[in-house]
Design a protein around this ligand. Structure first.
Ligand SMILES: Nc1nc2c(c(=O)[nH]1)N[C@H]1C(S)=C(S)[C@@H](COP(=O)(O)O)O[C@H]1N2
Ligand SMILES: [Mo]
Length: 309
C-alpha cells in the first residue's frame, strides 16, 4: 500500500464546511426537543436524525470535507485526492447483495431489504489506516451483527467474507491488474457479531458518497482501515478463514486480523505513531486496538498478536 503524507497546500484550503451545517442542525433539533417543539421540526429532518450511540468517541470529528476528499478506494484510483472525482458518477441504483454459504437464509437481497428493519445510529469512531493516518468519523448505520443474524448463519459459519462490486466500466481502477479484483475482506464470526462492528450507510447524517463506499460498507474501528470494505455486493458465511485482498498481495505485510497495534510495525514503516488528518506530523501515539482494547481485547485472548497480525 502506498503512503503519501499530505502537503499543507493541498489540505488546508479554506472552504465552508458541511460540518458546520451538521453541528448547527443538531443543535437546532436538540433545542426543538428541549422546548417540546418537535412537531415544528419538518418531518424529513426529524426522521433523518440518527440515534446517538453510547459507543461514540467524545473526540472532535474530522471535518466532512477531509472525510470525503482523502480516500483509499483503489477501484477508482490510488490517488487519495482524486478518488472523489473518479467516483462522482458511480451508479448504485438497483443495488443488490448476494448472501451465500453457511446460513439458512441465503439469497439475493435488494438494498431496501437489507436496510429496512434497522434504525440508523450515529457512531463517532476513531478510524486508523494502516498507512499511519487517522480520522474521527461520525458514521451512520447499524450493528453488523443485527444484519447477519437475519440470514441465520449455521454452526459451520466460523467466518464471514465480504466482496466489493466488480464493474470496470464504472470503477476504472479495476482495469489495472495491480490487484486481483474484486476486493475481498473477512472477519471471524465473533468479530463480526461484536457490537462495535458496523454496517455504514452514511456520514454526518448524509447518505454515503461513492468515494466512501456507497451504498454499504463495513466499519471495524479497532482494525486497520483496509478491513473496512466498501460498496459490498456479497456476504458469504464460511467455515474457512477467507483470504483478504491485501493478504493475497503481500502476506508478510497485511494479515487477516489487521488489529491496530502500536507494537507490531509494518515491514516498511513504524506503527507506533500516527498523523490525525489534516495534520502534518505523526505526533499521536497509536493506541492498542485503536483505543478499543477494553471492548475487543477478549476476542484475542491467548493469541500471539505478532503472529496473528
Ligand atoms: N473495496 C475497497 N474497500 C476499501 C478500500 C479499497 O481500496 N477498496 N480501501 C480501504 C482502505 S486502505 C481504507 S484506509 C479505507 C478508507 O476509507 P475512506 O476512504 O472512507 O476513509 O477503505 C478501505 N476499504
Ligand atoms: Mo487504509
Amino acid at each position: 500500500m502506498l503512503i503519501k503524507i499530505p502537503r499543507r497546500s493541498e489540505i488546508s484550503a479554506a472552504e465552508i464546511t458541511d460540518e458546520d451545517v451538521f453541528v448547527n442542525r443538531r443543535q437546532f433539533i436538540q433545542r426543538a426537543v428541549t422546548l417540546g417543539a418537535l412537531t415544528s421540526v419538518p418531518g424529513v429532518l426529524a426522521a433523518a436524525e440518527p440515534i446517538k450511540s453510547a459507543l461514540s468517541s467524545t473526540e472532535t470529528p474530522t471535518e466532512y470535507k477531509h472525510i470525503i476528499n482523502y480516500n483509499n478506494f483503489y477501484e477508482f484510483t490510488t490517488d487519495k485526492r482524486r478518488v472523489a472525482s473518479y467516483a462522482r458518477n458511480f451508479n448504485t441504483e438497483g443495488w443488490q447483495v448476494e448472501v451465500e454459504g453457511e446460513c439458512d437464509k441465503p439469497g439475493t437481497y435488494t438494498l431496501e431489504d437489507i436496510l429496512k428493519p434497522h434504525p440508523i445510529e450515529e457512531r463517532i469512531y476513531r478510524f486508523r489506516c494502516v498507512e499511519a493516518w487517522s480520522m474521527v468519523v461520525p458514521w451512520n448505520g447499524f450493528a453488523l451483527g443485527d444484519l447477519l443474524k437475519r440470514f441465520a448463519p449455521n454452526s459451520q459459519a466460523k467466518y464471514v467474507e465480504f466482496t466489493t462490486l466488480y464493474d470496470p466500466k464504472q470503477m476504472v481502477g479495476q482495469n489495472s491488474r495491480s490487484i486481483p479484483w474484486p476486493y475481498v475482506e473477512g472477519l471471524r464470526i465473533d468479530e463480526a457479531m461484536h457490537p462495535l462492528a458496523m454496517m455504514v450507510t452514511g456520514i454526518y447524517g448524509k447518505p454515503l458518497l461513492p468515494q466512501n463506499g456507497a451504498p454499504l460498507r463495513l466499519m471495524t474501528p479497532w482494525k486497520y482501515g483496509f478491513k473496512a470494505i466498501k460498496s459490498i455486493v456479497k456476504i458469504r458465511f464460511t467455515s474457512r478463514q477467507p483470504r483478504n485482498t491485501w493478504q493475497i498481495l503481500a502476506p508478510n505485510e497485511y494479515g487477516f486480523y489487521a488489529n491496530v497495534n502500536p507494537n507490531v510495525d509494518h515491514p516498511r514503516w513504524s506503527q507506533a505513531r500516527e498523523v490525525r488528518i489534516p495534520g502534518l506530523f505523526k505526533n499521536r501515539p497509536t493506541e492498542m486496538f485503536n483505543g478499543y482494547a477494553d471492548d475487543v481485547a477478549h476476542l484475542y485472548a491467548g493469541m500471539d498478536l505478532r503472529r496473528n497480525f
